[in-house]
Design a protein around this ligand. Structure first.
Ligand SMILES: NC(=O)C1=CN([C@@H]2O[C@H](COP(=O)(O)OP(=O)(O)OC[C@H]3O[C@@H](n4cnc5c(N)ncnc54)[C@H](O)[C@@H]3O)[C@@H](O)[C@H]2O)[C@@H](O)CC1
Ligand SMILES: [K+]
Length: 530
């Protein structure tokens, strides 16, 4: 899994390298600027004769410093480069000032307001080096206007927009674009490629910044030595190797080694969600799956199930008795269970029975909805083996204060990014939280956090379909049941489930309905080389 940083972590890393004497700020900036140019040409290919024009928009901080390096590197390659600066050159920070001086020995710098008229030809390349990780308020209107005016100049080729570190105005911790009262910021939507340094930042995987994943330039900083957020996935290596340890599939062995999942289902006519969860648990590798439902719902379920076993369940006491059998190695509650007292009692019974031995419990949908009036009761009962899988609405009902502060558009000092609020929720709960979305965020009470982004080359918008969440809950329960699960933290299993969920959707393609997801798993595993 790859590592992703907050702005503060990136700054700390740079400061440590510079103060520790491992790197000079100017060297880092030189590598950053050169790296942006290299990454750009890797994507667009070599320049076409006669169309070698670029514009670099530089800001008042070190992001602007990168811009002056970019301008110089392009000039040395024979490009015609126009450079615009927002702010006063006399107030640039020292490294950026040095890079400015090196550029002005080569070519002119115009004030950014000169670009607002839209005169001149559109350049082939437009570099946004106005603001990077140092932005703390919306970008000045003149910067947004100059950018837009260049993109919409009347003549010239379509320009390819490169965001240096991030589209200016993006808060890299939350992925939110800071927009002032005086205008729009079109930088995010117009960005073709974002090139960042050392490691992606959270915002790059909470929001799409460009038409493909951001390019990451190695500027010579050391790898992470502290806990940082991880990006779920095989991260360059073969997916099979990564999944082999997390799933029970590599193990072979007896069905009992692959665990026994208990899924609780709802009443008559409400059984589809739990059946999909159960089927997903079985397909993803659990050895056995039992669905347990109110006695009156047995005939309906019996008519639908074959490989999945079926047992009647009267209520919470009966569930306690059932869970006294420790061979039931993970439990999934919520899909189609119904909101209300019965579900509350079932959840509390399951949590109590599993608290001592750390058996894994997945709580989704109605299992969470049943605690909307009294989240504290859920917090008190949860233990480290639990994974909750709320969507944003369910999250807001359990953690109203955190949700309020996470509203995407709120860049105020009290705002929280999705990652930070999920971490706080996990801490409060004492259990793992998987907050669903295009960018799914996971956090556990040990302080680990992950993002699983269904963005860029892993976008699967058709996954937003009824019942997809029930499948995800079943996948997590299925991965949590086997012997192998004992050596993995719940967050790692939940992350792998989220990855497989999206992989199924991507391999199936548009037209997908939730039932297709577990049926796609065999092809997914086969294509991965299992
Ligand atoms: N030596 C280093 O520290 C390196 C820094 N790098 C670059 O430096 C960037 C961070 O540099 P900085 O910390 O200087 O921050 P930025 O260049 O992102 O911008 C901060 C500057 O803009 C001002 N500012 C913020 N919001 C503003 C607004 N709305 N209106 C007007 N001014 C505003 C701040 O007061 C500050 O002067 C990174 O994103 C990266 O591009 C890279 O060159 C790698 C090496
Ligand atoms: K930028």
């Amino acid at each position: 899994m790859g590592e992703i940083l907050t702005a503060a972590q990136m700054r700390a890393k740079e400061n440590k390298a510079i103060q520790g004497g491992f790197a000079h700020g100017l060297t880092l900036m030189e590598r950053a600027g050169q790296g942006v140019v290299d990454a750009t040409f890797r994507v667009i290919g070599e320049a076409r004769d006669g169309f070698m024009s670029a514009v670099v928009l530089c800001g008042p901080g070190n992001n602007g410093g990168d811009g002056f390096v970019i301008a110089r590197v392009l000039h040395e390659m024979g490009w015609q480069v126009q450079v615009y600066l927002y702010g006063d050159a006399g107030r640039l920070p020292p490294d950026a000032r040095t890079m400015y001086d090196r550029w002005v020995a080569i070519g002119p710098v115009s004030p950014i307001k000169d670009a607002v008229s839209g005169q001149g030809d559109r350049p082939v390349l437009l570099f946004d080096a106005m603001f990077g990780i140092g932005i703390n308020r919306p970008i000045p209107a003149v910067c947004a206007q100059a950018f837009e005016a260049i993109c919409t100049r009347a003549t010239g080729p379509e320009c390819f927009v490169v965001a240096v570190d991030c589209p200016s105005g993006m808060d890299v911790d939350t992925g939110a674009v800071l927009v002032g009262p005086d205008g729009a910021n079109t930088l995010l939507e117009r960005t073709d490629l974002c090139v960042t340094f050392h490691a992606p930042k959270l915002g790059h995987y909470l929001t799409e910044v460009g038409r493909q994943r951001p390019a990451v330039v190695d500027i010579g900083l050391r790898p992470e030595d502290e806990v940082v957020t991880q990006l779920v996935g095989p991260c360059g290596g073969p997916a099979k190797e990564w999944l082999q340890s997390v799933t029970a599939l590599g193990a072979g062995g007896h069905k009992y080694d692959r665990g026994h999942v208990l899924v609780l289902g709802g009443g008559v006519g409400k059984g589809g969600a739990a059946r999909m969860a159960a089927r997903s648990a079985l397909r993803v590798g659990a050895g056995l799956v039992t669905l347990t439902v109110p006695p009156e719902a047995i005939p309906e379920n019996a008519a639908q199930l074959n490989a999945i076993m079926l047992r009647p369940l009267d209520g919470a006491d009966a569930l306690r008795e059932m869970l006294a059998d420790k061979r039931l190695s993970s439990v999934c509650l919520g899909p189609g269970l119904g909101v209300g007292d019965r579900t509350r009692a079932l959840v509390l019974a399951a949590l109590e029975e599993t608290a001592q031995d750390g058996r894994r419990v997945v709580l989704d949908a109605d299992a969470l909805g049943s605690f909307a009036e009294d989240p504290q009761a859920l917090f008190e009962a949860c233990h480290a083996g639990v994974v909750i899988t709320p969507h944003e609405g369910e999250f807001a009902r359990l953690f109203p204060d955190l949700a309020e502060r996470t509203r995407h558009s709120d860049p105020a000092a009290t705002g929280l990014g999705k990652v930070e609020s999920t971490c706080r929720a996990a801490e409060r709960l004492g259990a793992t939280v998987l907050l669903k979305g295009e960018a799914t965020v996971l956090a556990d009470p040990e302080g680990r956090s992950m993002i699983h982004a269904a963005l860029y080359d892993r976008a699967a918008p058709w996954l937003g379909t009824a019942g997809a969440g029930d499948v995800l809950a079943g996948l997590i329960a299925g991965l949590s049941a086997g012997e192998q699960a004992r050596t993995h933290a719940p967050i790692d299993l939940a992350g792998a489930a989220a990855w497989l969920h999206v992989e199924c959707a991507r391999q199936f393609g548009p037209g997908l309905i939730a039932e297709d997801l577990p049926e796609q798993l065999p092809a997914v595993f086969r294509n991965l080389g299992f």
